[in-house]
Design a protein. Structure first.
Length: 368
């Protein structure tokens, strides 16, 4: 559990935060399986501009809520970590010294948005395997010794190798270019296709770090029926049906975030995946909470950019936007993987086979 020692019982706000934390804990207990020695709980979360001064820094309150959610998982891929790491370091402080992060440098340029990719993981259970790199798409062979530089992704994806018990896996987090508001912006389709094809080929190489490849993050997919989703599937990745059909933006209207797999026997192993999206806005920073945070929101809540008084609808819109810079405009998506393979391993041994420990497929358990 996170550290709550910064909460002051003499503070009305801190008492309210403690009360909300209890509610979050209850909701997480209902929706997300317990962490055990036999499972891996994996999540992806685009934490909006983590951290940005656009609406003021994230408060202690919101960082404690974020820590409570993150603590339910073993590994969390985080997108939109900014150049200033103060908020990330504060989050790690609340999580505890056994939590580690590994991250990229800042992606420069306007499309890069000064963003980093990061993995937070609990080292009591998860081991960093030594593999870490930013994905660079190789040049295109034009014939002979001629090559043409490939288009690179606007925000460099991050690939890392981890191990939990016997289970070794390679995991790549990405934040695909949003581009235009068109559902099938061709630049978005191209980025997803380039990355998915590259990783699928890498997973099948004879000296791949692990045969189990997980690709997750913010793909900016509007609908599971769009070409953006098809570009991911065409490369050989499998997205469990239950995850594919879960909207993950705050208004629950888009399917931006996804978790996709390439594993041995994937079609059998992923059929009963247990996963979900956790909607914390049912519990904290709810639609009815605006008046609690008037002082935090400042003058912007009461006036438009022209200085005119806002009506109630305008105030409501402002609050809904402001709260996404305290929590996020995305909801965390998660999946549970089984990591206990001793029965299968011993059966193979008893039948005279020579099983490869690192090649043991992931087995996702339970049913959505």
């Amino acid at each position: 559990m996170p550290s709550y020692t910064d909460l002051d019982p003499a503070s009305e706000r801190d008492r309210r935060t403690a009360e909300r934390l209890l509610t979050i804990k209850d909701e997480l207990e209902k929706e997300i399986p317990r962490r055990t020695v036999d499972n891996l709980l994996l999540a992806t979360w685009n934490i909006r501009e983590f951290d940005s001064p656009k609406y003021g820094e994230r408060s202690k309150e919101s960082l404690l809520y974020i820590a409570e959610i993150v603590s339910r998982f073993d590994v969390v891929a985080i997108q939109e970590v900014r150049d200033d790491l103060e908020a990330l370091n504060q989050l790690r402080y609340y999580l505890g010294r056994w939590w580690r992060y590994i991250l990229t440098d800042v992606t420069e340029g306007t499309p890069g948005n000064q963003e980093r990719m990061a993995f937070l993981y609990d080292e009591r259970k998860v081991s960093f395997g030594g593999l870490a790199g930013e994905v660079v798409i190789p040049p295109i062979a034009m014939g002979g010794s001629e090559y043409q530089p490939a288009n690179q992704l606007a925000r460099t994806p991050f690939i890392v190798g981890f191990r939990v018990g016997w289970f070794a896996f390679t995991i790549c987090t990405t934040h695909i270019l949003y581009g235009s508001a068109a559902a099938e912006d061709p630049r978005r389709v191209e980025e997803i296709g380039l990355l998915a094809q590259f990783l699928a080929a890498r997973a099948n190489e004879p000296f791949a770090w692990a045969p189990n490849m997980i690709l997750l993050g913010d793909f900016n997919i509007f609908s599971p029926e769009d070409l953006t989703m098809q570009a991911l599937l065409d490369a050989g990745f499998i997205v469990p049906d239950g995850l594919k059909e879960l909207p993950s933006n705050a208004p629950r209207t888009k399917f931006y975030d996804q978790i996709a797999f390439i594993t041995m026997d994937a079609s059998d192993q992923l059929a009963g995946a247990k996963g979900g999206v956790f909607n914390y806005y049912d519990t904290v920073y709810t639609d009815d909470d605006a008046k609690i945070y008037i002082d935090d929101m400042g003058a912007g809540y009461e006036t438009t950019s022209k200085g005119d008084a806002r009506d109630e609808a305008g105030k409501s819109r402002y609050f809904r936007d402001w709260r996404t810079y305290q929590m996020s405009d995305h909801l965390p998506m998660w999946v549970e993987l089984n990591t206990e393979f001793s029965g299968r391993y011993l059966k193979q041994k008893s039948e005279g086979q020579t099983p490869e420990e690192d090649a043991t497929p992931t087995m996702l358990r339970n049913v959505l």
